[in-house]
Design a protein around this ligand. Structure first.
Ligand SMILES: NC(=O)c1ccc[n+]([C@@H]2O[C@H](COP(=O)([O-])OP(=O)(O)OC[C@H]3O[C@@H](n4cnc5c(N)ncnc54)[C@H](OP(=O)(O)O)[C@@H]3O)[C@@H](O)[C@H]2O)c1
Length: 321
């Protein structure tokens, strides 16, 4: 199958390309400002998705069987910094892609987010009504409607949770951002009462490719790991996994202590039904996700110093000690 992957220079998009290659597909990898460097792809280029004419020519020339759309402004902060770009990239681009995919008969797998919910109830199922609290959530919730407007059978919208894993730049994964702070002597203050359900990047990438392959799986789905955890517990378990002293590195705070926290969703846990069970890829426990994490590049000396254990780099996935 020929698959176009957008956001291929980003955290998830790169893994989506690798998952597609592992499963024998032909991949056209589109970065934004940078051409992705991914061995084995048919073509890799920098590409501005906000140019509707360029997107149209690409899809009409390539006639892919599927498009996995990962490009986005994927955080509350980046959306607030440039609201016009957030609306263009997060809502308008998916609308155009859905229209073109419908036209050429390609399946669109569109990445969405748990942040479309307000976090009041938690344990959300795909049929629950989005109620975003911020611009990021608003632009992504609007995109879901646009993508499914052309018929639920032509597209799969996959809402997901905070992604953990090893990123190419060593700064996008949840554990990588923690390590960068720890290394600089800054303990992480993490909420004990804010709930998220992390997912490992390559597991999520496998699911996106299975959705490309499975014509009967379309519509709106949730995918994450199997465990809903507080941010504090996530930080503590990451620290302990690497043999670090969580007590010194992770500080517990509650939302009541931070007035601005009321604008953040409290509990974004997701129910994975009905997608879980329909796929070959299984949802992972948090321990299974931790097993894929490596000490971020540049943090090895610090880890060796505080643990007294040697960090051994391995090429394959897995822990480094
Ligand atoms: N990361 C998470 O924890 C998380 C959680 C839930 C949902 N999601 C969703 O998952 C998806 C992937 O997120 P991510 O974390 O992988 O994002 P990311 O690492 O920030 O990657 C974003 C990608 O978008 C590209 N891009 C930006 N502007 C572009 C433009 N005008 N034209 C074309 N490409 C452009 C970037 O390219 P350049 O860098 O080359 O410019 C980059 O490849 C998003 O839809 C996000 O909403 C992410």
């Amino acid at each position: 199958m020929k698959i176009v992957v957008t956001g291929a220079s980003g955290f998830l998009g790169r893994e989506v390309c690798l998952a597609a290659l592992r499963r024998g597909h032909e991949v056209i990898a589109l970065g934004g400002s940078r051409a992705p460097t991914i061995p084995g792809v048919k073509e890799a280029r920098a590409f501005d998705l906000c140019s509707e004419a360029a997107v149209e020519s690409l899809l009409l020339e390539e006639f892919p069987q599927a498009v996995v759309h990962c490009a986005a402004l994927p955080t509350i902060e980046t959306c607030l910094a440039d609201p016009a770009k957030a609306r263009a990239l997060n809502t308008e681009v998916p609308r155009k892609l859905a229209q073109l995919c419908f036209h050429v008969g390609a399946k669109l797998v569109h990445l969405s987010t748990d942040t479309v919910f307000d976090g009041v109830a938690g344990n959300y199922q795909p049929t629950d009504q989005p109620a975003p609290l911020n611009l990021y959530g608003e632009t992504k919730a609007a995109a879901e409607i646009e993508v499914l407007r052309f018929g639920r059978e032509h597209a799969a919208v996959l809402r997901t949770s905070p992604i953990i894993g090893n990123s190419p730049g060593g700064d996008r994964g949840l554990h990588e951002r923690l390590f960068l702070a720890w290394k600089e002597g800054r303990p992480a203050a993490l909420f004990t009462d804010e709930i998220r359900q992390p997912v490992e990047v390559s597991n999520l990438a496998d699911v996106t490719i299975e959705l490309c392959e499975r014509a009967n799986l379309s519509g709106l789905y949730h995918w994450a790991g199997t465990e809903a955890l507080s941010r504090h517990e996530i930080g503590v378990r990451i620290a302990r996994h690497f043999g670090l002293e969580a007590e010194h590195l992770v500080t517990a705070i509650s939302r009541a202590e931070v007035p601005a926290a009321s604008a953040r969703p409290r509990d974004l846990s997701l129910r994975l039904h009905p997608l879980a069970g329909k796929l070959r890829t299984a949802a992972q426990s948090f321990d299974e996700q931790l097993a894929a994490l490596r000490v971020p590049r540049g943090c090895e000396a610090w880890v060796e110093q505080v643990t007294g254990r040697k960090v051994v780099r391995r090429l394959e996935k897995g822990i480094d000690f």
